[in-house]
Design a protein around this ligand. Structure first.
Ligand code: ARG
Length: 459
């Protein structure tokens, strides 16, 4: 019996139990956090006179060796060691002897796993923020060249009003900025140290939680130990943040899929980020945005999974909580690769302004402008203006032309109050540029928005 907790047992654990109970096959992802956490804990113990400086030196040296063994792939992972915490401690003691046995003073695996997992999640919050910023600057680069590129703005996936392509991209910049703010606020809220909480109630040893918190870069020690060893809000937050971010990514992905279809032809994805068909030689498929759309579902699954694990758990630590990690590891990996591949796919795609413009020539995109003209220039109440414009749209349909191409005489037949100056209002470009209200699509307003996001990335 070589278990660290074997004292009160007379028979060894069954292999079946070891398989079922162990988390080492996945929580070894936390080895770095675990070793750094142990070094911080030992440093604090020495400062408080609980370990001698020799013992501390042995521990630090031994832990560095363990880290090195893991990183050079010679560490022997054994399911019997149960989890990363016991595997590291056991190997440490095998290397340095007696001092290794003192490391767990004033500590429990409960605060240990809480500190490891929390620091992993905090680190990932930061890494995802950095990747989101790179994605945003790529979108900004593209947008800078398209503040004049007309495209149909849609509602209900029907042509609505003309906008410019940069304005459309700016909508995604707004979403990704909020995503960054969410990761950031989660980081700040959860930046508190569980170390020293021990099993659930603190410890009688004369520890200083502030010291280990400080060494690990936490803002402070957590306020209540019972809460800290059982709380997994920080993990739920990153899952929610990733889910929301992936939802945004999936909306953009859906548009990329549509835009690269023959029906739209607004963009063409590069060969490097497209795939072929095994049977249809002519095909070029948008697998990247489709997979991004699909992976969103998998991340939502992890969020729902952990919410369900946490539901109705009594205080404090329960083994159910061990189920918190795999979903988070998976979601974080998905988020990171998704951000990177989306950025590359966008960077290498070809934009087709001519096709976007042709699409603006169907669907009477400037109809609202005619109504607005009737209100502004002819003092007609909007409801009536809407009706008159409807007549003009019907006439255009009858003539098989777009409203932006209708001749003045037809408009004047419908309503004598319409003047020559109306023609200018009907052009697609004027229509786009007429929307000068704050947050609107006019090139001027779009430039303002791009500047705002650029400033955001720079601070
Ligand atoms: N492997 C465990 C987990 O991931 C570590 C904590 C175990 N604590 C305990 N009291 N059994 O949650």
């Amino acid at each position: 019996m070589d278990k660290m907790w074997s004292g009160r047992f007379s028979a060894g654990a069954s292999t079946l139990l070891e398989e079922f109970n162990g988390s080492i096959m996945f929580d070894r992802e936390l080895y770095r956090e675990d070793i750094e956490g142990s070094i911080a804990h030992a440093t604090m113990l020495e400062k408080q006179g609980i370990l001698t400086s020799l013992e501390l030196a042995d521990i630090v040296k031994g832990l560095s060796q363990v880290k090195q063994e893991i990183e050079s792939n010679i560490f022997e992972w054994k399911i019997g060691d149960e989890d990363i915490h016991m595997a590291v401690e056991k190997r440490l003691t095998a290397i340095i002897g007696e001092a290794g046995k003192k490391l767990h003073t004033a500590r429990s695996r409960n605060d240990q796993v809480a500190v490891d997992f929390r620091r992993f999640v905090l680190r990932k919050n930061r890494e995802i923020i950095d990747a989101l910023k790179l994605l945003m600057s790529e979108i900004l680069n593209i947008a800078a060249n398209h503040t004049d590129t007309l495209m149909p703005g849609m509602t209900h996936l029907q042509h609505a009003q003309p906008i410019n392509f940069a304005f459309h991209l700016s909508a995604y910049l707004a979403m990704f900025k909020r995503d960054i703010e969410r990761f950031n606020s989660s980081y700040e809220r959860n930046n508190i140290s569980p170390l020293g909480c021990a099993a659930l109630a603190g410890t009688p040893h004369n520890i200083d939680r502030g010291v280990s918190a400080n060494l690990l870069g936490f803002e402070s020690a957590s306020i209540n130990c019972l809460d800290t060893v059982s709380d997994r809000d920080f993990a739920l937050e990153i899952l929610f943040n990733i889910s929301t971010m992936m939802m945004h990514i999936s909306r953009l992905s859906e548009e990329l899929v549509m835009w690269s279809s023959y029906e739209f032809r607004f963009i063409e994805l590069s060969d490097e980020y497209s795939t072929g068909s095994s049977i249809m030689p002519q095909k070029k498929n948008p697998d990247v945005p489709e997979l991004l759309r699909g992976k969103t579902g998998r991340v939502y699954g992890s969020l729902m999974g952990l919410l369900t694990v946490m539901k109705a758990l009594p205080l404090a630590y329960n083994k159910d909580t061990q189920e918190d990690k795999e979903g988070v590891f998976d979601a974080v990996k998905t988020a990171q690769i998704s951000l990177e591949i989306l950025k590359e796919a966008l960077k290498t795609m070809t934009i087709k302004p001519q096709n976007m413009l042709s699409a603006c020539k169907v669907g009477h995109l400037s109809a609202t402008d005619l109504a607005d003209y009737l209100v502004q220039k002819c003092s007609i109440p909007f409801r009536e203006a809407h009706f008159i414009t409807g007549k003009a749209v019907a006439k255009s349909e009858e003539l098989k032309i777009d409203l932006s191409d209708i001749e003045l005489k037809y408009l004047q037949e419908i309503d004598g109050r319409i003047g020559e100056d109306v023609i200018k209002y009907l052009s697609i470009k004027n229509s786009m540029n007429a929307r000068t209200s704050e947050g609107g699509t006019s090139t001027q307003r779009t430039l303002e928005q791009l500047k705002y996001f650029k400033n955001f990335l720079e601070q």
